[in-house]
Every structure is written in structure tokens, then in C-alpha cells.
Design a protein. Structure first.
Length: 285
């Protein structure tokens, strides 16, 4: 579901020119229909286009020691984070361009049945890699577990509406170990990408996870992409016993196999036409 809003008829067109420092969030709703039921667990992604997370300076603009909970790096971030290292003489936590541009739209899904909207339960935990959540990202340490006190003396990234210790109300999903933040910090290799946003688990083996029918996507539109001709979309996907749908590997295998077959035929023709057919065992002088 593309909800960028560039088309005048789109419900999200009114939010197209939203800015980072907008005081009032813009909201819009897009209705859509699922033609087929989703039987297994469903994965909700957000997708961005024309967003180059693979730019060399962008990829380097972070401080892994700070993200791993090192207290000295928290107050003295790496110079690689410039120009998002400090703000008003206070160190930024988390510093760097990657963190500063974190995706912050809010997506909510509803099922419409007889004009009644029923919210779909979206699970926000379990979306990050285990190694990222438990090894690479750590909150600062100190007396007590009060994140507000631990981050005292730092400031939020320039484009963030609230500091890092207010990303979530649950302690095991707040600060540097917030899973939305962790997912965003794993940069994408291509300018068009998608990142896992939420999980929809199957609770009843007798009923599909998402039944075919009408649904509504409620969007709190905070993330500006129109200035760089980007696009935003919401993706629903599921998996089968063979895994998820990913055409990249299939296309890569077919392409490489076709090239190898073509080169094999060419080399075979060259060998038969120009190869040395001398069957004598004598070594020529």
C-alpha cells in the first residue's frame, strides 16, 4: 500500500509536505481489500524508495561504542557523527546521520466488518536480530535503571520529537535497545528497501491470521520524503514452508546460470574450431 500521497486523490496528499519539526502530526486513512486470506504469521513492513542508506558517509555516521552502552562514548561521541555529534554544546544520543533520520511514522491496521472497525494486534517485539538486541546494542550503565538519569547531560537527535529514553514505555524496549531503533540502524544495501515494522501472530489454528476482506490502514504521517522524491509504502507478507517471497535469489541464480551456459557453449565452439588436434605423443621441436 503506497501512502506517499503524491497523487491529488490520495487521502495522504494533505500530509505530503509535512516537516520534521511539525508540532501537530498529520493523520490519514487508506482503505484496501485483501483478496486472499493470510493463513500463517504475517509480517508488516514499511518500505522506502530513493533513500540511499548505502552512502559511504551516511553508513559511517554512527558511534558503535556509544550504542553498546559505553559511558565515555555517551558523553564524548565519535567525530564520525559530525555534524550530528553535538547540539547546543550537549552530546547527541544517539549521534550520527543514521539515527537522526530514523523512520517515525505510526501505522495501525483495522479490519472492517459491517462498518465496524476492529483493531489488529501488532507486536512490536521480536522484530530485531537477536545479536543486535542482545549483543550490539546496550543502554548506559549506572546506579539504578532510571534511563532518564543515565541519559542526563545528553540531548536528542535534531530531527527527533522526543529523546531516546522515551521511545517506549516498557523498560526492555526503551533507549538504545528499542527494536524499532535497532531495525533502522541496520542500513540497507539498495536505495529501495523495506524494514520489519510489526508482527501479526496467528492465535487460532482454525482461522486465518488475516481473513480476506476489507481493511483500513491508519497512518500518523511524520516522515517527510517528498523533498528527495522518495516514496513510502506499507507491506504485508507471510511465509510458507519454503520461507518468504524473495525473488532476488531466484533472479540471481537464473542470470548467473544463463551466463555460465552461454560461455560454456562459446568456449566449446572455440575449442572444436581452433583447438590443437595433434594426437601425436611426440613433443614438437
Amino acid at each position: 500500500i503506497d501512502y506517499t500521497g503524491t497523487e491529488p486523490s490520495s487521502p495522504c496528499n494533505k500530509c505530503l509536505n509535512v516537516s520534521w519539526d511539525s508540532t501537530t502530526p498529520c493523520t490519514c486513512t487508506i482503505n484496501f481489500t485483501l483478496e486472499h486470506s493470510f493463513e500463517s504469521n504475517v509480517f508488516m513492513y514499511y518500505g522506502l524508495s530513493n533513500f540511499y542508506q548505502n552512502h559511504r558517509r551516511y553508513v559511517k555516521s554512527r558511534d558503535d561504542s556509544q550504542l553498546n552502552g559505553d559511558n565515555s562514548s555517551l558523553f564524548n561521541p565519535s567525530k564520525e557523527c559530525e555534524p550530528y555529534r553535538t547540539n547546543e554544546d550537549k552530546p547527541i544520543a544517539p549521534c550520527g546521520a543514521i539515527a537522526n533520520s530514523m523512520f517515525n511514522d505510526t501505522l495501525e491496521l483495522f479490519r472492517i466488518d459491517n462498518d465496524t472497525k476492529t483493531p489488529i494486534t501488532l507486536i512490536k517485539k521480536g522484530i530485531a536480530w537477536w545479536t543486535d538486541k542482545n549483543v550490539k546494542f546496550r543502554n548506559p550503565t549506572g546506579d539504578g535503571n532510571n534511563l532518564t538519569a543515565l541519559f542526563q547531560g545528553t540531548t536528542k537527535p535534531v530531527n527527533w520529537p522526543k529523546p531516546v529514553y522515551m521511545l517506549d514505555s516498557e523498560p526492555d524496549n526503551n533507549g538504545f535497545i528499542n527494536e524499532d531503533f535497532i531495525v533502522w540502524m541496520r542500513t540497507a544495501a539498495l536505495p529501495t528497501f523495506r524494514k520489519l515494522y510489526r508482527l501479526i501472530e496467528r492465535n487460532n489454528n482454525l482461522q486465518p491470521t488475516l481473513q480476506a476482506g476489507k481493511y483500513s490502514l491508519h497512518i500518523t504521517y511524520n516522515y517527510p520524503v517528498h523533498s528527495f522524491d522518495g516514496r513510502k509504502r506499507m507491506i504485508l507478507s507471510t511465509i510458507s514452508w519454503m520461507g518468504g517471497k524473495n525473488p532476488f535469489l531466484g533472479i540471481a541464480y537464473i542470470t548467473v546460470g544463463s551466463i555460465c551456459f552461454f560461455l560454456g557453449v562459446v568456449l566449446l565452439i572455440i575449442h572444436h574450431k581452433y583447438g590443437n588436434r595433434n594426437t601425436s605423443a611426440d613433443i614438437p621441436n
